[in-house]
Write a protein that binds this ligand. Structure first.
Ligand code: NDP
Length: 478
């Protein structure tokens, strides 16, 4: 199967005639060939987006919202196909691909259709003048997404970007092209005007980099690792492009001794290992108050070891494979670092799977105790099924440990004292915190991080604001 670029309403081969392999994380087998695109393909895609901009941006919000709903309807009719492709391409369990990826991809389009339809008139009256604020498109947007939640994150950008009247060029991760291709086929089937959405496959250096630096790109929305984000920021800032960066995280789950232990253990297992720990929001540092430390660990390990790891297409599977051999090596390296830093591996190793999976990227969920809170494993992003557990005694100590990383994305607090939960939450340097829950998403709230976890916010009105330019028109009326 060859996947093609989608430029100006046509599926086209890469100018270079070169291709990259898309491999199955579970088996190592080749799934597809994808274009190894370069700046020639990017130039064509940006040109197509630029030409489509005047007509698309002159539509009303209602017209564009109706296009978003058409995309949502068509995607919804492919719900099972989205889940199957996502599970195959990322190695994640099919049940997760259905509940999270397929569900949110459809919902993102519906949600932003509604928000855009509801944009009202914004006026500020003065004694002698009226100010009107209007929201104009920014121009051509570059949308760059990672491999962990491929269509979920792509749709989270495409919907508000085109909804606000921009046209876009997308660059998904080279490791997970399948659902990005499905979205382009969907857009083609509903007859979205050509050039409004373009997609160029390829690697970061060959395709991502020329897209970010292209002179006709006015906006860059990037989700990915912090070091790549820094390269993207440098390139985008030299030509003053509007920039949003959603980057890495090292999130703490803070567990107080007055928590509901049973629910907390379940919630913290989910937050530690969902999608094999490959979610930027995952709680990979678990801070437990001293009185319940031993009891928590006993219960936690039982739940972790009860998770079923293996065949991603099996409905009962809880954990699948890691994205790539390189990523598996990185995770293994961190486990070795933990050992050398004095950590105790409470559970981990490798699952025993059938011959079919011998070339896949498999590792069991790993829990590490006895590490210093300054150790590399407890402060650096591993982005895999590895958590570290630490003991604390006071509220202030928990806050200090939680804030002791370069990241500031998210976290969770588990307590029956909601006043304390909220007090602690306000002292944590992150963009988001959940109390007695995790990854409980309302799409209207701001999403994003502080420190090295990113710049800017997406979600609800923050996405609409990022994907538009506010303009004030002041009319003197006396
Ligand atoms: P990367 O930073 O490696 O890649 C992200 C995207 O950027 C990919 O499409 C990649 O292409 C592309 N890219 C790579 N180099 C460049 C470049 N020089 N210029 C432009 N684009 C480039 O991240 P991963 O894909 O490995 O994703 C994992 C990371 O994403 C983790 O750190 C995770 O925390 C973060 N993340 C953050 C989220 C958030 O909302 N804060 C959500 C999800 C993930 P290619 O891969 O094809 O080379």
């Amino acid at each position: 199967m060859n996947i093609l670029n989608y430029i100006s309403g046509k599926f086209v081969e890469p100018e270079s005639g070169e291709w990259l392999e898309d491999l199955s994380p579970a088996t190592g087998e080749k799934i597809a060939l994808i274009p190894k695109s370069n700046h020639h393909d990017i130039n064509k895609a940006v040109d197509a987006a630029r030409k489509a901009l005047p007509a698309w941006s002159s539509l009303t919000n209602l017209d564009r919202a109706s296009w978003l709903n058409k995309i949502a309807d068509k995607l919804e009719s492919k719900y099972e196909e989205i889940a199957e492709l996502e599970s195959k391409d990322t190695g994640k369990p099919i049940s997760l691909a259905r509940e999270v990826d397929a569900y949110r991809s459809v919902k993102n389009f519906r949600f932003f259709a509604e928000m855009i339809r509801d944009i009202g008139v914004e006026k500020y009256e003065m004694e002698d003048a009226t100010n009107r604020v209007i929201y104009k498109p920014v121009g051509v947007g570059a949308l760059i997404t990672p491999w962990n939640l491929p269509l979920y994150l792509l749709s989270w950008k495409v919907a508000p970007a085109i909804g606000m009247g921009n046209t876009v060029v997308c660059k998904p991760s080279e490791m997970t092209p399948l659902t990005a291709d499905l979205l382009m086929k969907t857009i083609d089937e509903i007859g979205l005007p050509k050039g409004v959405v373009n997609l160029v496959h390829g690697d970061g250096i060959g395709a991502g980099s020329p897209l970010v630096s292209h002179q006709d790109v006015s906006l860059v929305s990037f989700t990915g690792g912090t070091s790549t984000g820094s390269i993207v920021a440098k390139s985008a800032s030299s030509s003053f492009k509007k920039l949003s960066l959603e980057l890495g995280g090292k999130n703490s789950s803070i567990i107080f001794d007055d928590c509901d232990l049973e629910n907390t253990v379940k919630g913290v297992v989910r937050s530690g290992f969902l999608n094999q720990g490959q979610v930027c929001l995952c709680g990979s540092r678990i801070l437990v108050q001293e009185d319940i430390y031993d009891e928590f660990i006993d219960k936690f390990i039982i739940e972790v070891e009860a998770m079923k790891i293996g065949d991603p297409s099996d409905e009962n599977t809880n954990l699948g494979a890691l994205i790539s051999p390189e990523h598996l090596s990185k995770v293994e390296e961190y486990i070795e670092i933990a050992k050398s830093e004095g950590g105790t591996i409470l559970t981990g190793g490798y699952p025993s799977l059938s011959e079919k999976y011998k070339n896949g990227n498999w590792i069991s969920p790993t829990v590490i105790a006895d590490l210093d809170v300054d150790s590399r494993c407890s402060t650096e992003e591993i982005f895999g099924p590895v958590v570290t557990i630490h003991k604390f005694s006071t509220e202030n100590e928990a806050i200090d440990i939680a804030n002791n990383t370069r990241y500031g994305l998210a976290g969770s607090i588990w307590t029956s004292d909601l006043e304390k939960g909220n007090r602690v939450a306000e002292s944590i340097h992150t963009g988001m915190i959940w109390i007695n829950t995790w990854l409980h998403r309302d799409l209207r709230v701001p999403f994003g991080g502080v420190k090295d976890s990113g710049v800017g916010r997406e979600g609800g009105k923050w996405s609409l604001s990022f994907f538009s330019e506010a303009m004030n028109i002041c009319t003197k009326n006396k």
